[in-house]
Design a protein around this ligand. Structure first.
Ligand code: 5GP
Length: 201
């Protein structure tokens, strides 16, 4: 069996990234890497499922022991990808998804250039603002802060291999699946398969 691929996904909040990934993760060929963070759990979030919720000292200990594949400070909290599972799952043939912000993604780009980088963008910043207002979970002030953060993040989209615009959800999911399908077909990702083809002479 071929190894899995490493998929790095970034998107500003309100882009519908969660909905797209939930659909992708229905397929057992994928593994979602659970990040570590020092932020507090939101209502409904579970330790070990949404994040590994750590104290600042615990997080810093992990950094010190080289336990993080990447990490970043975002809005005053640490977020990072624990190293342990990622490569193990790739070896098992799973496609591993890292859902991380742009600073972390740029670190992975240096360390793992073979990974595929996907940026999920809103159709427009105006539409993003409308979606956040409609969601109604934040004050207008917070929404404006998120919109400005999103604008900054969208500035990095050109660093990614692919941009998927989440206008119509079904199209975005289809685009995402198409990218992964093409990546899996790359010769570099099918080394085992070629061996198997040659073995069965
Ligand atoms: P939230 O607090 O809304 O769950 O996440 C805030 C931001 O941190 C999001 O952009 C999310 O993608 C990012 N994030 C989540 N996990 C990680 C991680 O392990 N590393 C990095 N660099 N960013 C992460």
């Amino acid at each position: 069996m071929n190894k899995g691929i490493l998929i790095v996904v970034s998107a500003p909040s309100g882009c519908g990234k969660g909905t797209i990934l939930a659909e992708i993760l229905k397929d057992e060929g994928y593994y979602y890497s659970v990040s570590a963070t020092t932020r507090s759990p939101r209502p409904g979030e579970e330790d070990g499922v949404n994040y590994h919720f750590l104290k600042r000292e615990q997080f810093e200990e992990l950094i010190k022991n080289d336990g993080m594949l990447e990490y970043a400070e975002y809005c005053g909290n640490y977020y990072g990808t624990p190293k342990d599972k990622v490569f193990e799952k790739i070896e098992e043939g799973k496609n591993v998804i890292l859902e991380i912000e742009v600073q972390g993604a740029m670190q992975i780009k240096k360390k793992c250039p073979q990974a595929v980088f996907i940026f999920i963008a809103p159709p427009s910043v105006g539409e993003l603002r409308r979606r956040l207002l409609k969601r109604g979970t934040e004050t207008e002030e917070v929404i404006e802060k998120r919109v400005s953060e999103a604008t900054h993040e969208i500035g990095f989209a050109g660093e990614y291999d692919y941009i998927v615009v989440n206008g119509a959800l079904e199209d975005a999911i289809e685009d995402f699946k198409t990218v992964i399908r093409a990546e899996k077909l790359k010769s570099a990702n099918q080394k085992k398969l070629i061996d198997e083809v040659l073995e069965n002479a």
